[in-house]
Each structure stands twice: as structure tokens, then as C-alpha cells.
Design a protein around this ligand. Structure first.
Ligand SMILES: [Zn+2]
Length: 403
């Protein structure tokens, strides 16, 4: 509740790093709290990253494990002047937010909330987001540091802590120094429901299809003009509406999604994002789009087109499968904490996937943060506690498995 009161909204339009200086306000607070807890090397770097080390207390040569979460909140909704409210022993009814009674967190829209009956729920007050994404992750990691300080009997290898800026604007790992971090494996604390363990994300390409028409003065254009706008319209209309689209798919299904168009009669470009958990399927989707493009060209003799594919990011499972212990130990840790783990895929990209491909395999563990990026955001205190217990068990599993 202390962390959410510092405004740390990031800004996609900014060209500085971090994108907003206010993010460092919270990072400085985290450093001072780490120092107070005896984590003597905790520090903030010029880019807004917090690095800290908890030394090993075992003779075994346990791989260095990093726990990571992000300090920024989403640009989608104000994060200024957040007034967190603790709803102790939540009674299972809809939660009306006092500063704007039109804002109601209903159990109909949020079925998970109903499962939280009897737990302690934190919400915002109705005019801002809460910022549980990802301050719940920060709180879980900080609580783990405190727990380990109070329980020196728990054996663990070297632990690295990393707090990043600018995750919400997709730049969270741009300036991270993995050499300096020196971790072998990492876990982001940025997942939702209790037990959630995300070890997969979409593989992603961007495609730009550019249509070229033939321009002519419209007064004398007969049999000369070819209008690229009409070619593009024909092409877009030929795409399926009931499949391969984000608005009609979920779970494991991928899609081909047009998200930007611009142009004039002479030239139109259409940008797509292509997504699937299976990287090989991206090529199939791209060939499908290319066929649709060719069909459109046949309908409009004289028109030409260009098809450009750009790789964006890849499914981190390709990396994690080479290090099965990373996910398997997280599974075991959750079971020891009395939680049923549920492995799931993220229908998008994550900092963890980028870190995985930068050489730091990094699945995502739950914190309890829910209804992200809006005024209805909430988190259960008991979910955060279970997340913290999972981390402690995870450290013990890593230590015990080594002979
Ligand atoms: Zn997040």
C-alpha cells in the first residue's frame, strides 16, 4: 500500500530512459528499504534499475537465481494520487469505489474476486488504477528479503534482485546489464491468479503489405487509374472474420491482425501483427496473407504490392525447454506451498521472454494482481503471501536438488 502511493507511470512517447523520472522515486525508496534490511550492495543505476544481492549461505554451488519485477505502471490509466483501500475479510459482494461510485468491481465481471471471499483485498479508490501491476511483485520480493533475514536457517544460493523501469512501454530490459547481474536463471513476479506459472508467450512477427496503384488525373483516368485504396479494401475484406482474428480467438489459437492503415490512391500500406505459440505457424499465416494479397492484385490489373516481414519476439518456451528445472522447481515450490500450479501461455510478449532470449531463462510467477491497467484493479493480500512463500520454497528446492 505504500508503494502504490508513489506515481510511477511510464510514458510511451518519452525518449528518455527511464521514460519518466518519477519512476526513480520508488526505486530510491526500494533501495533504502533494502539497505535497512541489510542488503548492503543495493543501488540504483542511471537508467533506473535497482540491483541487489543476497549472498549464499550454503556450501553448495547453487546457480544464481534472480527475482525481477517492474516499478512502472501502465500509461492507460492515471497513477497519480493513488489512495489504496484495504477491504479486510472481504464479504463476497460487489466493491463500490468511494471516490467514484460509478466504478464498481463486480463479481460478475470478475469471477476470480468471488473466490477471494474471506481474504483481504486491496483496491484503488475509483479515480486511478491501483498499480498492483507490478507493485504486488515488488512487495512479494521485498517481503521475501525480510523473511529470509528473519529466518537465517533457510539455506539458499546467491539471490539477485532486479527492479526494472518501463516494462509497460516495452523497454523494460533495454538497458539491463546482465553481465553485472550475473544470474543463471530468473523469475519475473508479474502474474495474476494464485498458482499461475507462465512459461510460454506468443511468437510474433510484424508484416507490412504495401499496395501501389497507378495515379492519373480523375478527369481523364479512364482505363489508366488503378486505385490502391480499393485494392487494399478488397484485400482486407478477403480476410476471415470468424477465425485467425484476435476478436474471435482465445487460448492456444494464434491470429493475423491488421492494426494500422495509411495511404492515398497511389499507395497504401497495411500493418499486421502475426501471433502464435508455435513459431513455425507464423510462416504459414504469412503465406496465407501473401496469397490473399496476390488474389487482390489479380482483381486489379496494373496494381503492384510489396510484402515485408519483420521478426518481433519469440516464445520463451523454446529457451525454457532447454532448462527444464527452472519451471519444474517452480512447480514443486508451489506444491510445497499448498498451491495447485497451473502452467499457462501469455497471449503477448513479456520482459521475461526477452530476458530468456538474451540468455537469462525467465518464466513468470503469480502475485495475485488482477484486472490490470484500469480502475478496477485489485489484489489479495493472501495471494501475495502465497507468492512470497512460493519464492522461499523455490530457493530451498534449488538448494536441496544440488548434491
Ligand atoms: Zn506487469
Amino acid at each position: 500500500m505504500r508503494y502504490v502511493q508513489t506515481d510511477t507511470q511510464s510514458d510511451p512517447k518519452s525518449e528518455t530512459f527511464p521514460s519518466t523520472a518519477r519512476q526513480k522515486d520508488l526505486s530510491r525508496l526500494l533501495v533504502s528499504e533494502l539497505l535497512e534490511m541489510g542488503v548492503s550492495d543495493a543501488h540504483l543505476d542511471e537508467y533506473g534499475y535497482v540491483y541487489a544481492t543476497l549472498p549464499s549461505n550454503t556450501d553448495k554451488n547453487v546457480p544464481v537465481i534472480c527475482f525481477c519485477s517492474h516499478v512502472d505502471t501502465a500509461p492507460d490509466c492515471s497513477g497519480a494520487g493513488v489512495k489504496p483501500i484495504l477491504h479486510s475479510a472481504y464479504d463476497g459482494s460487489d466493491i463500490v469505489l468511494p471516490d467514484d461510485p460509478a466504478q464498481v468491481i463486480s463479481t460478475k465481471d470478475h469471477p476470480y474476486l468471488l473466490q477471494k471471499k474471506g481474504e483481504d483485498i486491496i483496491t484503488a479508490s475509483g479515480t486511478t488504477l491501483l498499480g498492483a501491476d507490478d507493485k504486488a511483485g515488488l512487495a512479494v520480493i521485498m517481503d521475501m528479503v525480510n523473511y529470509l533475514r528473519l529466518h537465517p536457517e533457510i539455506k539458499h544460493g546467491t539471490i539477485k534482485i532486479l527492479f526494472t523501469p518501463d516494462e509497460e512501454v516495452g523497454r523494460g530490459v533495454d538497458k539491463v546489464d546482465l553481465q553485472k547481474l550475473g544470474a543463471a536463471f530468473a523469475y519475473t513476479l508479474d502474474g495474476g491468479e494464485r498458482g499461475s506459472l507462465e512459461d510460454e508467450n506468443f511468437s510474433a512477427d510484424g508484416v507490412t503489405v504495401t499496395f501501389y496503384g497507378i495515379s492519373a488525373h480523375p478527369g481523364t483516368a479512364k482505363d489508366k487509374l488503378v486505385n490502391a485504396l480499393k485494392v487494399a479494401a478488397y484485400f482486407l475484406d478477403s480476410l476471415p472474420k470468424d477465425e485467425l482474428s484476435p476478436e474471435t480467438t482465445e487460448d492456444r489459437y494464434g491470429f493475423v491482425h491488421p492494426l494500422h492503415i495509411e495511404g492515398i490512391a497511389e499507395k497504401v500500406s497495411v500493418q499486421f501483427i502475426i501471433r502464435d505459440f508455435v513459431t513455425a505457424k507464423l510462416v504459414a499465416y504469412e503465406n496465407y496473407l501473401r496469397d490473399k494479397m496476390e488474389t487482390a492484385l489479380e482483381k486489379f490489373p496494373g496494381a503492384r504490392a510489396e510484402f515485408v516481414v519483420k521478426e518481433q519476439y519469440r516464445n520463451m518456451k523454446e529457451v525454457l525447454d532447454q532448462h527444464p528445472a527452472v519451471v519444474a522447481y517452480a512447480h514443486e515450490a508451489m506444491e510445497r506451498a499448498g498451491i495447485q500450479p497451473v502452467t499457462a501461455g501469455i497471449r503477448g510478449g513479456t520482459d521475461g521472454s526477452r530476458l530468456s532470449f538474451m540468455g537469462l531463462p525467465c518464466p513468470n510467477i503469480f502475485t495475485g494482481e488482477m484486472a490490470l491497467h484500469g480502475k478496477h484493479e485489485y489484489v489479495s493480500v493472501q495471494d501475495m503471501q502465497k507468492s512470497m512463500q512460493t519464492l522461499v520454497h523455490l530457493l530451498m528446492v534449488w538448494e536441496e536438488k544440488l548434491l
